[in-house]
Write a protein that binds this ligand. Structure first.
Ligand code: NAD
Ligand code: UDP
Length: 344
């Protein structure tokens, strides 16, 4: 029996595939390479010694997806595939609603037809919106998601709860990620943002490598210990392992369960900059600029539920995250693009 990973060549998906393959689990990946590269598959093979089974499929294409379910005995699905840029979603809401929501509906319909009723879904801390105080708990209200991207997660979560309610054979786990950073310690897989990074850590690593002149710190007048925004950064490998615990738990129960995956600790922008400088003995050029619209002061998780029910705990420190992010960037200055190969 295999685990189907949608979006398995993406940032979090590829790290989860590696952890699953290392455990000897059979994995089938589908991805349309919208935000990832075929090279990821070579890197996964380098790390694990196993060539992952891969299909270039858009999850909106139900026929192609159904064929994958026909070819393999799928036990459960980990559903990463989706668009994730908050800012872009404000300008292109329909594109986000279509890909994320219609894509998930297509997947769930194909699963239902194939009799596979076991899924782990990638949600986000963004569902907690602007008004809930940290530490954020799973039972807090999730109505005000603050962006079309965030609303796709709110809607999909509700759809999954309704599905579990309608048919008690479904086993569903919703994982709300906080801020994944870092990379596999081999530095062969990592985050490969296209264009100017929106997120803090890839921006810092691009400043460190000289691709960007300086980091803009978005505001230092927040109600936090040093005035800069506080977030719950989690190492992507710890996050990947959280999915393995969730898959294991899914086989034991029916219905729907929701868990925060974070460390439970908040660090400010300047804490992260200092940690990066210390971990890697490098100076990051930065300036304080205006706040970024829509940002909140503080966002970190209460992780009691995942600790207790999934028997999962993060193991990596902020130093590990900073060191691994930098190793990845240094070893892959152009991400998965091998610029040396372009000689003409
Ligand atoms: P990513 O963009 O690196 O990976 C997503 C993968 O899905 C990509 O490889 C992309 O090509 C693929 N994809 C997108 N649409 C598809 C479609 N229609 N058919 C097939 N494949 C498709 O993103 P990530 O950081 O690995 O995030 C994975 C999931 O976790 C996403 O759903 C994202 O919203 C969620 N999430 C991410 C973060 C984060 O900070 N990275 C935080 C919270 C939640
Ligand atoms: N941030 C920043 N400069 C950047 C990118 C982000 O100061 O170039 C800040 C941002 O305001 C927030 C934190 O870093 O306080 C994390 O931002 P990110 O976009 O990585 O995650 P999110 O805000 O979505 O949690």
């Amino acid at each position: 029996m295999a685990i189907l990973i949608t979006g398995g060549t993406g940032y979090i998906g590829s790290h989860t595939v590696v952890e699953l393959l290392n455990l000897g689990t059979e994995v089938v990946i589908v991805d349309n390479y919208y935000n990832s590269k075929p090279e990821v598959l070579n890197r996964i093979k380098e790390i694990t010694g196993i060539e992952p089974t891969f299909y270039e499929v858009d999850i909106l294409d139900k026929e192609a997806l159904a064929e994958v379910f026909n070819k393999h005995r799928i036990q459960s699905v980990i559903h990463f595939a989706g668009y994730k840029a908050v800012g872009e979603s404000v300008g292109k809401p329909l594109m986000y609603y279509k890909n994320n929501i219609a894509g998930t509906i297509a997947l769930l319909e194909v699963m239902e037809e194939a009799g596979v009723k076991d899924i782990v879904f990638s949600s986000s801390a963004t569902v907690y919106g602007l008004d809930n105080p940290s530490p954020l708990k799973e039972n807090m209200p999730t109505m005000d998601a603050n962006s079309p991207y965030g609303y796709t997660k709110v809607v999909i979560e509700q759809m999954l709860r309704d599905l579990a309610h309608s048919d008690e054979e479904w086993s569903i786990t919703i994982l709300r990620y906080f801020n994944p950073i870092g990379a596999h310690q081999s530095a062969r897989i990592g985050e490969d943002p296209q264009g100017i990074p929106n997120n803090l850590m890839p921006y810092i690593t691009q400043v460190a490598i000289g691709k960007r002149e300086k980091l803009s710190v978005f505001g230092n007048d927040y109600d936090t210990h040093d005035g800069t925004g506080v977030r719950d950064y989690i190492h992507v490998v710890d996050l990947a392992i959280g999915h393995i615990r969730a898959i294991e738990k899914n086989t034991e129960k029916r219905g729907v369960k929701t868990y925060n995956l974070g460390t439970g600790i908040g660090y400010s922008v300047l804490d992260l900059v200092k940690a990066f400088e210390e971990a890697n003995d490098i100076t990051i050029n930065y300036e304080i600029t205006d706040r970024r619209p829509g940002d909140i002061d503080t966002c970190y998780a209460d992780v009691t539920l995942a600790n207790e029910e999934l028997n999962w705990r993060t193991e990596k420190t902020l130093m590990d995250m900073c060191r691994d992010s930098w190793n990845w960037q240094q070893n892959n200055p152009s991400g998965y693009d091998n610029l040396d190969a372009v000689t003409e």
